[in-house]
Design a binder for this molecule. Structure first.
Ligand code: SF4
Length: 254
């Protein structure tokens, strides 16, 4: 099965999302190559062309704040029937060199055209060590932050983070963000984060971070690594029950 093509522009969708309803996507990343600070073995866009923690203005096709403003305004002038405006797209949105400015611009356009719509982000949590990114994230209505496991070894195998990133520091900095949602993908096969000791470690991290909610799911789209297997729904439900019992945090299965 082939992986999915990259988004072709700044605005995409709206996408019918199981979690968010009608979600209008904003892609701040290049459209010619995949740039990400992770290289997850289950990524439905395939493996990275560029593994990086930095995107520079001169990188091909990084949109400017003015271009994002214009693209969002043009869309919302024609269609206001959406539930969320979501920073996501072709990789990690916070890598954009002007991410804090993008948040301010998108919120301003939202306030003008669709004030009842929430702004959200799907982030892999790789930049939460940067105070300016945490400050920008705090302005976003719904922060959905990735944490797929409870230890550095599995994190390196499953998410293949950029070499200078640290699992422990990521958890420490996620603790500083209040009112977040943690999202976790469970997989079996070459890497298996559903084993009892893996799930227990992940639960103890949830207890440290104390998000408002946890969302778990498995890969139901094409993946680049043939060793990645889906997790049956009943296994996900058992993991959710155990995590809820041990953390008293709502854990939803998608
Ligand atoms: S963080 Fe997201 S975009 Fe980046 S490699 Fe992982 S799944 Fe793909």
């Amino acid at each position: 099965m082939n992986v999915l093509p990259l988004k072709k522009g700044i605005i995409y969708g709206p996408v019918h999302s199981r979690r968010l309803g009608l979600s209008l996507g904003i892609n701040l990343l290049p459209t010619d190559k995949k740039y990400c600070s992770f290289n997850c073995i289950y990524c439905h866009y395939g493996f990275n062309d560029v593994h990086t923690l930095e995107l520079k203005d001169e990188t091909d096709q990084v949109p400017t704040p003015q271009e994002v403003k214009q693209a969002l305004e043009d869309y919302l002038k024609k269609d206001k029937n959406i539930n969320y405006i979501t920073f996501s797209g072709n990789g990690e949105p916070t890598l954009h060199p002007h991410f804090p400015e993008m948040v301010d611009i998108v919120k301003k356009v939202r306030d003008e055209y669709v004030p009842e719509v929430k702004v959200t982000i799907l982030s892999n949590s790789s930049t939460v060590d940067r105070p300016e990114i945490r400050k920008a994230l705090e302005k976003i209505d719904l922060r959905i932050m990735k944490l797929d496991c409870g230890n550095e070894k599995t994190w390196r195998l499953l998410n293949q983070p950029f070499k200078t990133l640290s699992y422990e520091k990521t958890v420490e900095n996620l603790k500083k963000l209040k009112g977040i949602i943690i999202q976790t993908i469970f997989v079996k096969g070459r890497v298996d984060n559903t084993k009892d000791e893996e799930v227990d470690g992940w639960i103890s991290r949830l207890n440290q971070i104390r998000p408002d909610e946890v969302q778990i799911y498995t890969c139901d789209r094409p993946v680049p690594d043939k060793g990645v297997e889906k997790v049956p729904k009943d296994v996900l439900k058992k993991i959710a029950e155990k995590a809820e019992k041990k953390t008293k945090i709502p854990v939803k299965v998608f």
